[in-house]
Design a protein around this ligand. Structure first.
Ligand SMILES: *Cc1c(COP(=O)(O)O)cnc(C)c1O
Length: 392
């Protein structure tokens, strides 16, 4: 008999009654160090006092009025995202996939509005993950997410990761833009070389294409910069955000330059829930903390400590771990041992992580992580390796 919850997730038999900073307290009576962060969502940890206060204050005001009316908190968050990014304008939605849908539609509309409706195809990258809607599974191109859901949505052409020649060869008169995660998350925490991202910018300018960065996972401070594209010193035309944006409250955003958004006039796109006052209060509260002087440098320093510790453990345990990679606190531990088993054993050691493609275990701690927590995580990673070798 089918359970009351659609069985599309293979869940771990564990729930949590309480969260505090980097810790979750499980139904099994144990305390866990949360380096999963609900898949890079709870960027400031659990029950952050500033976020709790903001949510309580917002709860006393109108929760929802729809985009038929002005929403001052929404304007404020848009102004602040624009002031702190390449973008001139923002559309708020409720998830990463929706932010990408908006970005894809915007790029198609741009070309249509400029007399080129035939330009509708996006080039995407193998191993990408852009969400689970019909268009975003086509963009991601992964057979395991496409199988059985009918004809793949037309308009997406995939090229190999990091291969500029293949990408240039894939451009046709129908190409509208290029979409890419500056750091591939789900696919195995694979950062793109800055030179490659810079080359994509040049290719877009050369062929009149628009560049869409999917920063749903690597954005909002996770890389150590507010946006990961800053490390490559190259700006996109359109950018999708979600995950960390609301610190645990569901919210997504599609940011764009004035030029890229020039086809998006009243009525061509919309949302009922997107940008509602509760979500906007949380987005503003998260941004308050991320923009505090010293916060992002703290992320960089914490990431460096974690990375150094992991590199040492990997070098000492080549039978279990292969490589540390990533950007900032979007860190991947590529394993020799099966990543699912490593993840289970880390959890038994009290450390929560997330598996990714390419046999990687993702370490996604809250950006507020401190020294003691880093040491605790490293001890767990080390303990798993030591026990593995003894058993083998
Ligand atoms: C999680 C993710 C998405 C999809 O976000 P949802 O909120 O699950 O729709 C898209 N792109 C990237 C890079 C992601 O990590």
């Amino acid at each position: 008999m089918i359970p009351s919850l659609l069985p599309v997730f293979s869940r771990i038999n564990l729930s949590f009654e309480k969260g505090e900073g980097a810790y979750l307290f499980g139904s099994d009576g144990r305390r866990y160090l949360d380096f999963a962060s609900g898949i890079a969502v709870t960027a400031l940890g659990h029950a952050h006092p500033h976020l709790v206060a903001a949510l309580k204050a917002a709860a006393e005001k109108p929760w929802h009025v729809s985009n038929l009316y002005e929403i001052p908190e929404q304007t404020r968050l848009a102004d602040r995202l624009v002031a702190n990014s390449f973008a001139d304008t923002t559309f708020f939605c409720n998830s990463g996939a929706e932010a990408l849908e908006c970005g894809i539609k915007m790029i198609r509309k741009y070309h249509a509005a400029h007399g080129h409706p035939e330009k509708y195809r996006m080039i995407s990258i193998q191993g990408a993950f852009h969400g689970r809607t019909l268009a975003t599974i086509a963009a991601g191109g992964q057979e395991k997410y496409l199988a059985g859901f009918g004809p793949k949505v037309d308009g997406f052409d995939q090229v190999a990761f990091g291969n500029l020649n293949e990408l240039r060869a894939a451009i046709t008169p129908q190409t509208a833009g290029i979409m890419i995660e500056p750091v591939q998350g789900e696919g195995g925490v694979r950062p793109n070389a800055p030179e490659y991202l810079q080359a994509l910018r040049q290719v877009c300018d050369e062929f009149g294409l628009l560049l869409l960065f999917d920063e749903v996972q690597c954005g909002m401070g996770r890389s150590g910069k507010l946006f990961a594209y800053e490390w490559a010193n190259v700006a996109p035309d359109v950018m999708a955000l979600a995950k960390g944006l609301g610190g645990g409250f569901p919210v997504g955003a599609c940011l764009a330059t004035e030029r890229a958004a020039s086809g998006m006039t009243a009525g061509v796109h919309g949302t009922t829930f997107g940008g509602n006052p509760l979500a906007m209060a949380m987005g503003n509260a998260v941004l308050d903390v991320l923009l505090e002087p010293g916060f992002l440098p703290h992320v960089v320093a914490a990431a460096e400590k974690l990375r150094k510790g992991l590199v040492k453990i990997v070098a000492e345990n080549p039978a279990v771990y292969a490589e540390v990679r990533g950007e900032g606190l979007l860190m991947g531990l590529r394993c020799v041992a099966p990543n699912g088993e490593v993840q289970t054993r880390l959890r038994e050691q009290g450390l929560l992580t997330v598996a990714a493609g390419d046999n990687v275990v993702r370490l996604l701690p809250p950006l507020t992580i401190g020294d003691a927590e880093i040491q605790e995580a490293l001890a767990a990673v080390k303990a798993v390796a030591s026990a593995w070798v003894v058993q083998a």
